[in-house]
Design a protein around this ligand. Structure first.
Ligand SMILES: Nc1ncnc2c1ncn2[C@@H]1O[C@H](COP(=O)(O)OP(=O)(O)OP(=O)(O)O)[C@@H](O)[C@H]1O
Ligand SMILES: [Mg+2]
Length: 240
């Protein structure tokens, strides 16, 4: 049974397994809080396989993730979680909204990496918030807020070299976390890690390989996603 339909993924309940969900990756691609929406045939499959690869890598390095297993080309089995209504963003280079907001020049190396919380609320344009907002408005506990930050930093430390070895700069990315109600201090990395939710530049040419190609009409969106997957050694990424 369908549980929810977001902009890019649909969640389904699993018969006799209330603790699990099926996450279906659609071809739908959205940007600017849903104001630009298109279907990119094959993207759902690519994102599902890409996400599986990254989640497996993180799990093998002791990050708790919601990902259980691949079901087929476009679907994965995940743990059903209570989601925190927060997006965690890590930035290793300056670009995008950070440059606009603070007048920082593009492509500065950010050391230490910058960590930011955003409220997940499309109608408000996902505003930047602080830990103080989170505590005052009860969007998460202090422990959860601290865990979100330390887990995001850990993920960054694991993924920077993974992408670097494949020839890419991990410029920035967004993570979401959730928990099982019986263990609220045990956070799982949830949602997805795909090229829809990060910025990835070619190390030599600084060519954009991520959803910015879609946002800014640069073309070859699927081809770029496929190239990155090939460089990472993800199996079965070519159209079946
Ligand atoms: N393990 C999980 N258990 C429950 N919900 C999850 C889990 N992982 C991700 N989600 C939620 O499922 C939805 C995924 O769909 P999608 O990413 O398409 O939504 P969206 O339109 O981008 O909306 P949002 O802005 O909420 O992400 C998100 O709301 C996400 O928070
Ligand atoms: Mg989403």
């Amino acid at each position: 049974m369908q549980l929810s339909r977001g902009k890019a993924k649909t969640l389904f309940t699993v018969k006799n397994q209330p603790q699990q969900l099926i996450m279906h990756f659609r071809d739908d691609t959205s940007a600017f809080n849903g104001n630009k929406i298109e279907s990119i045939p094959g993207k759902g499959r690519l994102n599902n396989l890409f996400n599986h690869h990254i989640m497996q890598h993180l799990r093998s390095h002791h990050i708790a993730t919601h990902h259980i297993q691949l079901i087929n080309d476009t679907d994965s089995l995940v743990h059903s979680l209570t989601m925190l209504p927060i997006e965690c963003v890590i930035r290793n280079r300056s670009t995008g909204s950070l440059c606009k907001r603070l007048g920082i020049p593009e492509n500065q190396i950010l050391d230490p990496p910058l960590f930011e919380f955003f409220l997940k609320n499309d109608s408000l344009g996902d505003p930047l918030i602080t830990k103080s907002h989170i505590l005052t408005f009860n969007w998460a506990t202090r422990t959860q807020a601290e865990l979100m930050k330390s887990l995001s930093m850990q993920v960054n430390r694991l993924l920077l070299p993974l992408f670097q070895q494949a020839g890419y700069i991990l410029v920035d990315f967004k993570l979401e976390f959730g928990y099982q109600p019986s263990h609220p201090n045990n956070l799982f990395l949830a949602d997805e890690f795909t090229l829809d939710g990060c910025r990835l530049w070619d190390s030599n040419t600084l060519e954009k390989m991520d959803k910015d190609r879609f946002r800014h009409n640069l073309g070859n969106v699927l081809q770029s996603y496929q190239t990155v997957a090939t460089q990472l050694g993800i199996p079965h990424i070519h159209p079946s």
